[in-house]
Design a protein around this ligand. Structure first.
Ligand code: M6R
Length: 366
């Protein structure tokens, strides 16, 4: 059942190229000129009526939502707020019929996410569900559903569900942009082309698994790990941090690199591991300065950047290079080494990777 892999998590990490292909299948015009989301059936008027988008979800799905905010705001120029479902449902959110509420849930059964969906509907908002389970509760109760075609995800730690949720965020961002006319044909084509390349690029990263597995052993004893990034890299840092803590039980935190000086830098000393994501070229120099700051305090630093940015190697202990892609689609690639790092650290520490302590795959009670 694990297809020759020692754990479901590793199997599911490796299933990502297929999961991404399946989620993109039939949703990109063959000439890359636009995305097709037949399941949405929104009229241009309905799309123009959307004044605000709320994304609400839990855990990894919430992290996909944070990437969604960067993506939708950038492409479609609609303000997006992202909220944890258990906060959203109790905080009297400002929503009305001009608000589109997007709920993201792999299982489609998470209690807080379902309650958030119901709360949004009660307040007159239209709800779009992004889920991996056909006919799940959120799919049944939402006005629209976009499925992620990741296939069954068994490991508690979510991997292929996250990357396919990201793909849906790009598709949704482009769909809204097309209807609202916020992008040029060239800009649409650029993102669509990048989406089409993602499955093969993830395969290329998986081809470096042995390299990652090799250096991870050096850091498996660390008890504190910081994940740093700017912009979308920061959103991915949050997901990398959750992955590591839930399966290896190591204390991990994600910080926007620009926040370092506002407190966190006090914690950076020898013996701390920093995972630094540096793929956002508009803030690349600032990120490199942050990396130098943590390195100067004797932390060990693993950098993740695009092929061709070999300069970074001078400022870090190890670099993981990922194929170059559009700035928004980088999230699908940067998370893959973070998933592998979390996995191999957990294995090195003898943890029960597929069934971490205290956690369940689907949280159907509050
Ligand atoms: O099924 P859902 O996407 O609604 O689940 C949400 C979270 O419980 C889930 O993503 C959780 O955070 C994972 N264990 C993370 O790996």
């Amino acid at each position: 059942e694990k297809g020759g892999y020692p754990h479901f998590m590793l199997k599911e990490i490796h299933e990502q190229p297929k999961a991404l292909r399946d989620t993109l299948s039939g949703r990109l015009a063959t000439d890359n000129s636009r995305v097709l989301l037949e399941e949405l059936q929104m009229t241009p008027e309905e799309v123009k009526q959307i004044k605000k988008i709320f994304i609400t979800a839990c855990g990894t799905a919430y992290h996909a939502g944070i990437v969604g905010k960067y993506v939708i705001e950038d492409l479609a120029r609609i303000p997006v707020e992202v909220d944890i479902a258990s906060e959203f449902r109790y905080r009297n959110p400002i929503i009305d019929q001009d608000t589109l509420v997007v709920v993201i849930s792999q299982s489609g059964e998470t209690a807080d996410t379902l309650a958030a969906l119901r709360e949004a509907k009660n307040r007159g908002a239209r709800v779009l569900a992004v889920t991996n389970v056909v006919g799940s509760s959120v799919a049944r109760e939402a006005n629209w559903v976009i499925y992620t075609w990741a296939g069954p995800e068994i490991a508690v730690a979510s991997t292929k569900a996250y990357t396919t949720q990201l793909v849906v965020m790009y598709l949704l961002g482009l769909y809204l942009a097309q209807q609202r006319g916020t992008l040029t044909q060239e800009q649409i084509r650029e993102v669509v082309t990048a989406l089409r390349e993602l499955p093969a690029q993830v395969e290329a990263i998986l081809g470096r698994e042995e390299e990652i597995k090799g250096f991870v052993q050096k850091y498996a004893h660390c008890e504190d790990v910081f994940f740093l990034g700017r912009s979308i890299d920061y959103a991915v840092a949050m997901e990398g941090s959750l992955k590591l803590k839930e399966i290896s039980y190591i204390h991990a935190e994600a910080y926007a690199a620009g926040e370092l000086k506002h407190g966190t830098l006090a914690l950076i000393v020898e013996g701390i591991l920093v995972l630094a994501l540096a793929t956002q070229m508009d803030v690349f120099d600032k990120m490199v300065s942050n990396i130098k700051e943590v390195k100067a305090r004797d932390a060990s630093v693993v950098g993740i950047t695009f092929e061709g940015e070999e300069e970074l190697a001078k400022s870090v202990d190890e670099v993981i290079y990922i194929p170059r892609t559009h700035k928004l689609t980088s999230a699908v690639l940067t998370v893959v080494p973070l998933q592998l790092i979390a996995y191999y650290v957990a294995v090195a520490r003898g943890c029960d990777v597929d069934k971490p302590r205290n956690l369940a795959k689907s949280v159907t009670v509050e």
